[in-house]
Design a binder for this molecule. Sequence first.
Ligand code: HEM
Length: 338
Amino acid sequence: MSSFGVKVWCAVVLVVIVGELPMSTDAQASGLDPSFYKNTCPNVHSIVREVIRNVSKTDPRMLGSLIRLHFHDCFVQGCDASILLNDTKTIASEQSAPPNSNSIRGLDVVNKIKTEVEKACPGVVSCADILALAAEISSVLGQGPDWKVPLGRRDSTTANKTLAGLNLPDKASINSAQPDPNLNTTYLQQLRSICPKNGPGNALTNLDSSTPDKFDKNYYSNLQIRKGLLQSDQELFSTPGAETVSIVNKFSSDENAFFEAFKASMIKMGNIGVITGNKGEIRKQCNFVNTQSIELGLGLYNSEDGMGSIFFMENGDGDPYNKGGGDEDRGPCPIETV
Ligand code: HEM
């Protein structure tokens, strides 16, 4: 399944929601700077790019997944890599909050990136910055827009599972139990065959039925021909009098306008609640705060296989604390058909 469709739709959300954010999210005010690693890790961008480029050869959906990961990080206590923290005795992982559970992807890829970055510049680049860079690079690799990513975020030492449940869109509450009445009937039939009534509810389908692997404006065109997969997407166009109708029409006819809006919104989103200076930390291993990495004997990267795998050592109670970093595939049918 590929996913640039929702990302495209999400530009509307980004423009509408993130556009309303206060000035403190501006790059200068947040203290971030695209040249932050110029002297300390000059090749960080190309290192991140290389890992993602390789992964996306066999898993093109990963590009969308990584963009979404940055969003799901930023909307819960800021862009601080809190989403990457695994369950431990002191951390309740955001990964198992309903909007993320069985839905977020890319944790393994972030670990692969971190492994490569640590080899080149140990202890310098934060996991939060890796998420921000990965989002931009994924956009470019999907033939979408590029932008200079403001950098210098530090990683949190906490996570907030409750906030993840409150701040992030939960697919269970978004996806309708009934198909959108405005849907194109042929498309509806296709969805019904993919997701039959009383089926197992675990089928996957493209969010963008026209150009699923490409970052483009087609999701808006799809809405105009009533082929929006999620009801909440189709309503952006089909709700009479909604202010989003003109945005859909604009972006559908002018890809450049869409790209510009997306870039500005991604930069703005990337400034939410960042930790800088000497606050927070640069995690050695993205799934654990540094004190726990030491306690658990982590932070050692397996450079042999180059796969970013981590040595997990038991802490004596038989629990290796290896709860995360895995990549669950996406869950249920987005539309339960009748
Ligand atoms: C209120 C805002 C939002 C809602 C309601 C929403 C809803 C959703 C839903 C229901 C899914 C499917 C999840 C699944 O099946 O497991 C999804 C996927 C996705 N969303 Fe959002 N989203 C929102 C905002 C955003 C934003 C701001 C971005 C980008 C910055 C984004 C990027 C994506 C991407 C790329 C995917 C596909 C991920 C993949 O295939 O792994 N979303 N979204």
